[in-house]
Design a protein around this ligand. Structure first.
Ligand code: GTP
Length: 182
């Protein structure tokens, strides 16, 4: 089967690690310095469930609660990775505002999303519990992961999960059902 072309936007408050997650996934390295992003696109070939993908990652400029949702991230984007830092309550608030704007702008009730709590290596500075993150993702019917770009923990999982969420939204994945038909 030919590779599927998929484009994923990574959004979230400033400095939560959007670029670091992208660079870790695409280049396999972590850079400790902080260089605010304007916009960057990365390309990577990857394979999930025997399907090849040509994945484009759009690493966006950090957003805040006042940002207008950028119109260029509505067109031809298949799914979203929304990132907060587990060390920042502010970033957790902002990710919810971004989500609301995203739904408002797309006019859809469901958009393929992976919610990511990054920087799990900074456990002494944790402000947002895993349960809070999971609860938020559940309320969106989105996938949830905690990750560390620094320690390369769950980084590939994020993008593989995003690809699966996109497949699910397209009706291509059978969800396990607990439903018993009698
Ligand atoms: N300890 C730790 N630091 C991280 C992690 N991910 C990113 N950082 C650091 O956090 C800072 C911001 O990271 P970036 O990847 O530039 O964050 P960003 O979200 O792309 O920032 P903007 O471009 O401003 O939106 C940098 O100093 C990174 O080294 C992580 O998993 N653990």
């Amino acid at each position: 089967m030919p590779p599927k072309q998929r484009k994923i936007a990574i959004m979230g408050f400033r400095s939560v690690g959007k670029s670091s997650l992208s660079i870790q996934f695409v280049e396999g390295q972590f850079v400790d310095s902080y260089d605010p992003t304007i916009e960057n696109t990365f390309t990577k070939s990857t394979r999930v469930n025997s399907q090849d993908y040509e994945l484009k990652l759009v690493d966006t400029a950090g957003q805040d609660e006042y940002s207008i949702f950028p119109a260029q991230y509505l067109m031809d984007i298949h799914g979203y990775v929304l990132v907060y830092s587990i060390t920042s309550s502010k970033s957790f608030e902002v990710v919810q505002i971004i989500y609301e704007k995203l739904l408002d702008m797309t006019g859809k009730v469901h958009v393929p999303i992976v919610l990511v709590g990054n920087k799990t290596d900074l456990h002494m500075e944790r402000m947002i519990s895993s349960e809070e993150g999971k609860r938020l993702a559940d309320s969106w019917k989105a996938a949830f992961l905690e990750a560390s770009a620094k320690q390369n923990e769950s980084v590939a999982d994020i993008f593989h999960t995003a690809l699966l969420e996109i497949e699910k939204a397209n009706g291509n994945v059978q969800e396990k059902s607990n439903c018993i038909i009698s």
